[in-house]
Design a protein around this ligand. Structure first.
Ligand SMILES: [Zn+2]
Ligand SMILES: [Zn+2]
Length: 250
């Protein structure tokens, strides 16, 4: 399978990066994982406006889902006629949240013509050619870490999370571990919200992953160099800080 990073800025867009969005492709099928603000732009650059076969939203914080609102316009009002409903796997509140963020007074609140929603709960299920396993991770709202398997290869995505055992289970033996590293090490961070570079690397080491792909750094507040340095001290395999347009064959 191939991972293309469409957006990776944590919490709000950065000068060079939209918020979280990742395109995962195999056998001609394209799964869009998270759809943060600005990523509809890079979707058009690195994939194609209508090149999505399914969407998975890890959680409903705005930096992971707001372009699912913009995308309603693109599909509903396409010049050649509306596109058929797209499957969206997301927390149970997604239909109401996306509809509320999209529309307003005097507009239809139903977005069932654009999306068919499937409520996430911990467990395994197929999406296209992928076998997906999700579990709740350590974040203040309903949030799912994601394990994606295809032909013996594994990509695990942390979503947003503080330290947790569920993430180690999801990442066990993964070929690539796309893990958030929002916080700087060595400062007093709030608990149960996000990981530091060192904590991401410690989870990677415990899970025995092949490579660590750090994401969700907050450009305005982070130091990429310090995060990498902290991660390198706790994981001996290859580590990248991902960027929009980066592609990884897994
Ligand atoms: Zn986030
Ligand atoms: Zn979040």
């Amino acid at each position: 399978m191939r991972l293309t990073v469409l957006g990776c800025a944590g919490s709000f867009p950065g000068p060079e990066a939209p918020c979280s969005a990742y395109l995962i492709e195999a056998d001609g099928f394209r799964l869009l994982m998270d759809f943060g603000p600005g990523s509809m732009s890079t979707l058009q650059r690195y994939g194609g406006l209508y090149s999505v076969d399914a969407i998975l939203l890890s959680h409903l914080h705005c930096d992971h889902m707001l372009d699912a609102c913009s995308y309603i316009v693109a599909r509903r009002y396409a010049p050649a006629g509306p596109f058929p409903p797209l499957p969206v796997y997301a927390p149970v509140a997604a239909p109401d949240r996306i509809a509320a963020a999209y529309g307003g007074e005097n507009e239809p609140m139903s977005i069932g013509d654009v999306y068919t929603f499937y409520a996430l709960q911990p467990g395994s299920f197929p999406i296209g050619p992928f076998q997906i396993t999700v579990d709740r991770v350590n974040h203040p709202i309903e949030t799912y870490g994601v394990r994606i398997e295809h032909e013996g290869k594994v990509l695990t995505y942390s979503a947003d999370t503080g330290p947790c055992e569920a993430l180690i289970r999801l990442a066990q033996g993964a070929d690539a571990f796309l893990c958030e590293a929002s916080y700087l090490d060595g400062v007093d961070n709030p608990p149960d919200l996000h990981l530091t570079g060192r904590e991401a690397a410690e989870h990677a080491t415990k899970a025995g992953v092949g490579r660590l792909l750090l994401t969700h750094l907050v450009p305005a507040w982070c130091s990429e160099a310090l995060t990498l340095e902290a991660a390198t001290s706790a994981f001996s395999g290859p580590i990248d800080v991902v960027r929009p347009g980066a592609r990884y064959d897994i």
